[in-house]
Design a protein around this ligand. Structure first.
Ligand code: ATP
Length: 228
């Protein structure tokens, strides 16, 4: 397999210290699949791995490449900032800004820097994703006025508005009740199919692994233990 055929080529090490304990992340994998799922129990190092790939956590050593482009390489002294990696990131709790309305939350995905988009300012790309997720009529509401599914759609719209070249998803369905979870899985699967967008998902839910894992990686104690 040539390097350019890989979506993700990751080989990283990072030690974290917390509350008198130390945790060693030592993750290596390559995947050419459009949909890759990293599966593992709580505390395995899934979030740390995804954060490192996104550029939110700097590894001590190693490299991260996406479609042949080096995003991080400790030896070559390369460490692209998160916003320059071109990924859309969906946080586990969606991390919507409570003081911004839905349209402003989505518009934030276009921002480069700390600046709050105006409450009534519109942007064609923002309006496109609001329509795509049937959120246009709710655009003036704030996150606490939305249902779980609407919050997830808002977070997805925010991740997609900058036209990312891949989606990174952290436990995308964990915050939803079981019935809604199933509906949102269908919705995400349809969206990924439509956009043909590569994605990397981390989850502890075997159902996510089954449904989304074209390539499946199992993570335990900071290491990939199984690849399918
Ligand atoms: N910023 C940090 N400082 C110190 N230790 C950390 C930090 N972040 C995570 N850890 C530790 O690293 C280990 C892996 O954490 P991580 O959040 O990656 O696990 P996870 O697989 O995503 O778990 P979960 O499914 O519960 O979110 C844990 O033992 C955690 O306590």
């Amino acid at each position: 397999m040539s390097e350019e055929n890989n979506n993700f080529d990751v080989q990283i090490q990072r030690q974290v210290q917390g509350a008198g304990r130390s945790f060693m992340l030592d993750v290596s994998f390559q995947t050419a699949a459009r949909q890759t799922v990293i599966y593992g129990p709580s505390g395995a190092g899934k979030s740390l791995s995804l954060q490192a790939i996104a550029g939110l956590l700097q590894p001590d050593r190693g490299h991260i490449r996406f479609q042949g482009q080096t995003l991080f390489d400790s030896q070559a002294g390369i460490a692209l900032a998160a916003r320059r990696r071109g990924f859309g990131y969906l946080f586990q709790d969606y991390a919507l800004f409570p003081h911004l309305n839905l349209r402003q939350n989505v518009a934030f995905g276009l921002q480069r820097g700390l600046f709050n988009p105006g409450a009534r300012r519109t942007h064609p790309e923002v309006e496109h994703w609001l329509r795509r997720f049937e959120l246009s009529e709710l655009a003036g509401l704030h996150p606490h006025q939305l249902s779980g599914g609407q919050r997830q759609r808002t977070a997805l719209a925010r991740a997609l508005v900058s036209r990312p070249r891949a989606l990174l998803l952290d436990e995308p369905f964990a915050a939803l009740d079981p019935e809604l979870r199933e509906r949102m899985r269908e919705e995400l699967q349809g969206l990924l199919q439509e956009l043909q967008l590569p994605m990397l998902m981390i989850t502890h839910d075997p159902e996510d692994l089954e449904r989304f894992g074209q390539a499946r990686l199992e993570l335990r104690h900071g290491r990939i233990t199984q690849t399918r």
